[in-house]
Unconditional design. Structure first.
Length: 640
């Protein structure tokens, strides 16, 4: 069975990468007229090499420093690399930058080819070999074979094929089957149109497989498309899978709507983001590090975006140092957990670092909160359960979205991980509906509980005469939460823990309550007596406030307090009655409506000897509490 891998080239301009590929495969990867004219690779070129049981899709990248961005696009999806160094020129600046990039992309295997060996003496060739070996020391190419070649004489070409076969075996052994079985994903590195066929995109498949007729989407953009035709190195095929180069003819999109940097994937697999949490490693030999909030060029997949770096620790990372950071992108990109990336300075342009994606759809973190930083560390834990817990700490996940844990933190069995974490008490589960369950990290729940307590404390301090506060009043301070149910769940937990008490429809901190001065206590008693004396014709709060001379500003709060203490009944925003008056009205209406008799609002008004001003809000209040029920123009006792 043929095994497919992606082989990428790297090396300085004019070191013979394209000529070497031609000698290996018979294919000239310089396809553009300008490339032919100038004799350099400007855009990505492609070829195929079949050795042993492997079919290597070769991506020939530009070597000129002006085209490093194209090189980075070509490096997406590489399984192994062929580093090319010209024997007559040795290691150059661009060789080292390409090597830095390859180190940051963390490739598993590679081969080093010395080209143009026919142009130098053996002694010089030995010196170049030693220099190359010294430069790759400490990298994944440290023990890679160095093969001496000449495309003019053909020397070393067969040896190079043998070395590439050995490297392919090593790369294949490191590939996880899970990547092959994952949802389809291909970063787009080229877009064009063919007359009679329409839009075609090309790229290296990094996970999954597709067949003709499959429905996919392009992200960022969420453009739904259908696969009309698939080609793999100029051969029409029925299926395309991980490790293959592909040209895919799409239905449902104009080629002008697509660009390099977008990705073709299974529907719902990728989610664009402008904020990424990353593990950042600075290049040892770079001329500069990175400062907190510095503007940089960010490369991931085939995408490039300007961005600002926010360091989660030191204010600067010097060359060779590493640390946690958040990247704030000018343009949204798509990525997955543990995906490699590269950063380059804005000006002058230089590769200064890179690393791995720790969270591909992050929210802004509080760098001063130790718990957040601890959980960022947990995002890269070897234990999948710990990574799942960290992902849920940063964002609650519903049961219908558990598959997101695979993309966000690389969890292969999300349902099993969640079950274990709930059993261990790291996560708390509660139902939103019979079909939906929310999971919240226990630490995040405790933090939210602390925030609710602090909010209630502030509300008590600002309203010292209040017995408590309605749920909606408290909830208005937490509208940033994704779901109302999350707030309600934590509030109920606080009540169970007895740190918050429920007083009817109000909530208050345990131990907090109205604190009245001697004058306010006297005024409260006066207000209650005024309502008792007013019987069924009480004043509005505003009218009462005008009647009071001393402590007038406290009247609205004292009226609310009298209501909370059960002395008054609230009919609407401004109208209150004494509880004794309302109890008397209930008795009179019960006698009037006994036996299932229905009466109108007018009947009630006349029977009570009051006006519409009081009768309407009174009847609506009685309907609301279930004492009466309305049927058309008639009202009946609620239990009849």
């Amino acid at each position: 069975m043929t095994k497919n891998l992606i082989l990428g080239t790297a090396g300085h301009i004019d070191h013979g990468k394209t000529s070497l590929i031609r000698a290996l495969t018979g294919t000239d990867t310089d396809r553009l007229p300008e490339e032919k004219k100038r004799g350099i690779t400007i855009e990505l070129g492609y070829a195929v090499l079949e050795i042993g049981e492997f079919r290597l899709g070769i991506v020939d990248v530009p070597g000129h420093e002006k085209f490093v961005r194209q090189m980075l696009s070509g490096a997406t999806g590489m399984d192994l690399v062929l580093l090319v160094v010209a024997a007559d020129d040795s290691v150059k600046r661009q060789t080292l930058e390409h090597l830095d990039i390859l180190r940051l992309l963390d490739l598993p295997a590679g081969v080093i080819a010395l080209t143009k060996c026919d142009l130098v003496e053996t002694d010089w060739l030995d010196l170049v070999t030693d220099e190359v070996r010294e430069q790759v020391k400490g990298t994944f190419l440290e023990n890679a074979p160095i093969v001496r070649t000449s495309v003019v004489s053909g020397a070393g070409i067969d040896d190079l094929k043998t070395a590439l076969l050995d490297a392919a075996h090593h790369a294949q052994s490191t590939r996880q089957q899970a990547v092959q079985d994952a949802p389809f994903r291909m970063a787009i590195d080229r877009v064009f149109t063919i007359e009679g066929h329409g839009t075609v995109v090309t790229g290296s498949v990094s996970s999954g497989r597709i067949n003709i007729g499959d429905q996919l989407e392009i992200q960022p953009g969420a453009v739904k498309v259908r696969v009309r035709e698939i080609q793999n190195h100029d051969r029409t095929v029925e299926q395309l899978s991980r490790g293959q180069r592909g040209a895919i003819n799409l239905v449902g999109v104009h080629h002008g709507e697509i660009h390099r940097g977008q990705e073709l994937s299974s529907i719902g697999h990728l989610l664009p983001s402008r904020i990424l949490t990353v593990s950042l490693q600075m290049v040892e030999g770079a001329s500069r590090g990175v400062k907190d909030r510095q503007r940089i060029r960010f490369h991931v997949g085939t995408a490039e975006s300007m961005a600002n770096v926010r360091l989660l620790g030191d204010k600067k990372l010097e060359p060779g140092r590493s640390g946690w950071a958040q990247v704030f992108l000018a343009e949204p990109v798509v990525s997955v957990w543990n995906q490699p990336f590269v950063i380059r300075s804005e000006s002058p342009v230089e590769t200064i670092g890179g690393g791995r994606i720790a969270h591909p759809n992050a929210s802004r973190l509080d760098a001063g909160r130790s718990a957040d930083i601890e959980m960022v560390n947990q995002l890269t834990d070897r234990d999948e359960q710990q990574r799942a817990a960290a992902a849920i700490y940063f964002k609650p996940i519903y049961n219908t979205q558990l598959a997101e844990l695979t993309r966000i933190v690389g969890v292969s069995g999300p349902a099993e991980a969640i079950e274990s974490l709930v059993a261990a008490g790291d996560l708390v589960a509660f139902r939103l509906s019979p079909q939906k369950t929310m999971y919240i990290h226990a630490l995040r729940g405790a933090q939210l509980g602390d925030q609710i307590r602090r909010c209630l404390q502030r509300m008590h301090e600002q309203n010292p005469l209040a017995s408590g506060f309605a749920q909606q009043e408290i909830e208005n301070h937490f509208l940033y939460l994704e779901t109302k149910e999350l707030f309600e769940f934590v509030l109920q937990q606080l009540i169970q823990d007895k740190s918050v008490q429920r007083l009817g429809k109000l909530y208050a901190l345990e131990g907090y309550g109205p604190s009245l001065s001697a004058g306010e206590k006297k005024l409260l008693a006066d207000i209650v007596q005024r309502y008792k004396s007013a019987d069924m014709a009480p004043p509005s709060v505003k009218e009462l406030q005008k009647e009071i001379v001393k402590n007038r500003q406290s009247v609205p709060q004292l009226v609310q307090l009298a209501r909370d203490q059960g002395e008054l009944v609230q009919l609407d925003d401004q109208l209150f009655m004494h509880q004794q008056t309302v109890d008397g009205i209930k008795r009179r209406l019960t006698e009037l409506m006994n036996g299932g008799k229905g009466i109108t609002l007018s009947d009630i008004r006349q029977h009570l000897g009051t006006t519409r001003k009081y009768a309407v809000p009174l009847c609506e209040h009685l309907d609301e509490i279930g004492f009466t029920r309305r049927d058309g123009d008639l009202r009946f006792l609620g239990n009849q």
